[in-house]
Design a binder for this molecule. Sequence first.
Ligand code: PEP
Length: 219
Amino acid sequence: MKKLFIVANWKSNKLLADIDFYTTSFKEESSVDKEVIICPPFTLLSALRTLIDEKKLLYKLGAQDISPYEAGAYTGEVNGKQIKEFCDYVIIGHSERRTNFGEGDEMLKKKVKQALLSGLTPIYCIQDENTFVPEGVSLIAYEPVSAIGTGNPDTPENAEKVATAVMSKNPHIRFVLYGGSVTSENIASFVHLEHISGVLVGGASLDHDKLAVLIKAAS
Ligand code: PEP
């Protein structure tokens, strides 16, 4: 059975009070062959780290962004070493950062470099098979912009086609995930594809019960 990655991107959502729920009625659905990576906003990383450690959960944590610089005079930035205190992963190159914050290839290359220097695994988002992928990236998420938050996912056939093309162009890539309007109803059609090793989920990851159903449906 192949290992699956299920990445939950909470984007700029949730407050500390929402985490209380996870400390009371929480039931973990991840397992050794399903790596569930929760990517909350920075403000919730510490609380979730404590919860995961105390309850000995299998969940992994990821950040949604990283500074392109090391520690120093970079007001507002969170650097790789700071993120590594809580996380194993970091999302880089999400289309919302490219569009809303003007992040381009040069900036993203620096972010990948900082992630790797800090021992973090980048989850590098590409929008199509022609998106530039920096050296050292081994895990990517194919996320067509038209599918993000629209309820209009790509077809599994096209996702497989893009994943195959990207892997043959970039031999250092080991895993390709699919992202864009993934739900518990369509997740199986993506994770059963030969070259797709999991999913990146936005909207459907926000509700704990829905996320649990989605993780189960990935089998
Ligand atoms: C995303 O956050 O990258 C994403 C794919 O969102 P959604 O699942 O809501 O389409």
